[in-house]
Write a protein that binds this ligand. Structure first.
Ligand code: ADP
Ligand code: ZN
Length: 221
């Protein structure tokens, strides 16, 4: 199965893709943000440039993104399907993807901006394996999102890696990323709606609550 996750930064795309969809469907979770964060610390020729762009919350130029994505989709594990998270992020990228593959579903993850800002402030990520935790405890507007805490504070349960907060998760930068999302990425919802493949996910809880909802949407429950 080939799935695109759409939705604002912090809405939950990465969490649902990695904790629910990828294990259930047995296809890789391909996050362009994760790929760029890895590139930024790899010491490659592009590292410094990429780090500067992502720390500011800007978009990496399309040529670089498209190159990286084509390469990733060409790998063995992606031949039976994939979950794309963070790509496509604008119309040019969507058109490029159309040239290389079709997709079965676009899952549009929806969450109010004020909640997103609180949630991103609480996001903690494992430096080693990328597993996502959250220290925020949100109960408002019909939403129940208890924290997703590691057993030992600051340490990943999966690999004992150190948990950190992304530089681009600072509130001012999150507001810029949201603006960029509404300008460049949100129009893709309509682009895919014309094909009848968009499924909206209104987030009202953590992964445990959302799991059955999401599996039902893709016909797996
Ligand atoms: P989020 O979904 O939380 O905004 P991501 O982890 O998807 O964050 O992306 C982090 C950063 O990586 C983005 O702010 C951007 O700089 C860069 N990036 C990721 N995917 C793309 C893409 N498809 N096109 C351009 N830049 C990207
Ligand atoms: Zn880890």
């Amino acid at each position: 199965m080939k799935i695109i996750m759409l939705g604002a930064p912090g809405a939950g795309k990465g969490t649902y893709a990695s904790k629910i969809l990828a294990p259930e469907l047995n296809v890789p979770h391909i996050s362009t943000g994760d790929l760029f964060r890895a590139e930024a610390v790899s010491g490659s020729e592009l590292s410094a440039k990429i780090k500067e762009i992502i720390d500011k919350g800007d978009l990496v130029p399309d040529e670089i993104v498209i190159d990286m994505l084509k390469n990733r989709l060409g790998q063995d594990d992606a031949q039976n399907g994939f979950i794309l998270d963070g790509f496509p992020r604008n119309m040019e990228q969507a058109k490029m993807l159309d040239e290389i593959t079709d997709v079965d579903f676009v899952l549009n993850v929806r969450l109010a901006d004020e909640i997103i800002i609180k949630k991103i402030a609480g996001r903690r990520i494992c430096r080693k394996c990328g597993y996502i935790y959250n220290v925020a405890d949100i109960h408002e507007g019909g939403i129940d999102m208890p924290p997703l805490l590691p057993e030992k504070e600051g340490i990943c349960d999966k690999c004992s890696g150190e948990l950190y907060q992304r530089d681009d998760d600072a509130e001012a930068i999150v507001r810029d990323r949201l603006k960029l999302y509404y300008e460049k990425t949100a129009p893709l919802i309509e682009y895919y709606e014309k094909r009848g493949i968009v499924k909206n996910i209104d987030v009202n809880g953590g992964p445990d609550i959302m799991r059955p909802v999401i599996l039902k949407l893709i016909g797996k429950a």
